[in-house]
Ligand binder design. Structure first.
Ligand code: FES
Ligand SMILES: [Fe+2]
Length: 402
């Protein structure tokens, strides 16, 4: 690919339009002819800001499960793509999301996770009910025309599917149901709405969010990166990677016996009884665009929740989710250690290689590469991103170009 050489020197400080579609012609070709994304897509602040604007501010972003907040007053707060958000369960038992920003002079209200009877701003003490309404504002009686009803917390759209919570910053976005599409039917037999989150671990990673996602959705790296862990899993020949007919996701499906959540040779919990024939014969690995990965195997599911933090930074939240019946077993705490051990090991392997890739791609001498037939979803994901970042989101211009 003939690229303007100076683009590599300092993407953000020179006069090259990195959003010119011509620079991406080689990525847009069918996979066997395509090049990988230009390196600045993983390093440039301007590219990252465009992704936030055209992707993360527009789509349904996955942010955990409702069972993390079992009681009224339970809350979780975090920054998503630079926006401080709080999710809390109100007295009516509903889970709602709000901007985590005070309506007085804007202080951040809550930090981390916890339980509260009301939300009190740490700055001047304005107080909000669990429904987001402003219930107390000291010394405001001389402020003309001030009505507390006008100063409730700013709501953020939150919808749930199978107890998974998604937020959307775009008031005009379609419903979550349409975004999820066929994924619902594909995973129904796992009965995930009745599962329990038993552990959430946050891994800060020094890499661009796409580097992590591309890695998670290809099996090409498994012999090298997971040589000492899961590479010995015996998969039958049948591997499927496919784009959804309806819904914003792609998935991998691997046919094999037993749980993919264990190290090869380990035994763990019984299989989920309700699995349909296909779910019982293998594991599904859907990627809900652009960065949420579920892994649904024979005895549990786990998820990879990605919070982008800038061009070179992200948080991975690894969630472990088991059927209620399994969690109630007397031996759960003991046996689950095998699962946590396997996940921690492979997360460490994937996170480390993602940081190694980022360090190489930061180089002014990095250049676009080529793709193996083993990594079709890297090409699909990158083109999905380009459709949005370049504003070419047309039905004919989307997805796998083959
Ligand atoms: S900024 Fe919150 S009460 Fe003043
Ligand atoms: Fe991996």
């Amino acid at each position: 690919m003939a690229m303007p050489a100076q683009v590599y020197d300092a993407w953000d400080s020179i006069d090259v339009d990195i959003f010119d579609p011509k620079l991406y012609e080689a990525c847009r070709r069918p996979m066997a002819e395509a090049e990988t994304m230009p390196p600045w897509c993983y390093t440039s602040d301007a590219f990252y800001r465009r992704e936030v604007e055209t992707i993360f501010m527009k789509i349904w972003n996955f942010v955990g499960r409702t069972d993390q907040l079992p009681n009224p007053g339970d809350y979780t707060s975090f920054d998503f793509a630079g926006v401080p958000v709080v999710i809390l369960r109100n007295r009516a038992g509903e889970v709602r999301a709000f901007a985590n920003t005070c309506r007085h002079r804007g202080a951040q209200l809550l930090e981390g996770d916890g339980n509260c009877r009301a939300i009190q701003c740490p700055y001047h003490g304005w107080t909000y009910g669990l429904d987001g309404s402003l219930t107390g504002a000291p010394d405001m009686e001389e402020t003309k025309g001030f009505d507390r009803a006008d100063y409730g917390l700013i709501p953020v759209r939150l919808e749930t599917w199978a107890s998974f919570m998604f937020i959307n910053f775009d008031p005009d976005a379609g419903p979550l149901k349409d975004f999820i599409g066929d994924l619902d039917g594909m995973l129904t037999s796992h009965e995930m709405e009745d599962m329990v989150t038993t552990r959430r671990v946050v891994f800060p990673i020094d890499c661009n969010w796409k580097i992590f996602v591309e890695n998670a959705m290809e099996a090409y790296h498994i012999p090298m990166v997971h040589g000492g862990s899961i590479s010995k899993h015996k998969a039958k020949k049948k591997r499927e990677s496919s784009q959804a007919v309806d819904g914003e996701f792609v998935y991998l499906y691997t046919e094999q016996a037993g749980s993919r959540a264990l190290m090869p040779g380990d035994t763990g919990f019984p299989e989920i009884e309700t699995l349909d024939a296909k779910a019982g014969a293998g594991s599904y690995y859907p990627l809900i665009y652009p960065s949420t990965m579920f892994c649904c195997t024979s005895d549990c599911m786990w998820y990879l929740e990605v919070h982008p933090k800038g061009p070179h930074k992200m948080d991975l939240i690894h969630g472990a989710v088991f059927p209620k019946k399994t969690v109630e077993r007397d031996d759960f705490d003991e046996v689950v250690k095998k699962y946590y051990g396997r996940w921690d090991q492979t997360a460490m392997e994937d996170n480390t290689i993602s940081e190694i890739q980022q360090r190489g791609i930061n180089s002014p001498l990095a250049r676009p590469g080529r793709l193996s037939f083993m990594e079709p979803l890297v090409h699909t994901i990158d083109n999905w991103v380009l459709d949005r970042v370049l504003g070419e989101d047309t039905p004919a211009g989307r997805g796998i170009r083959e």
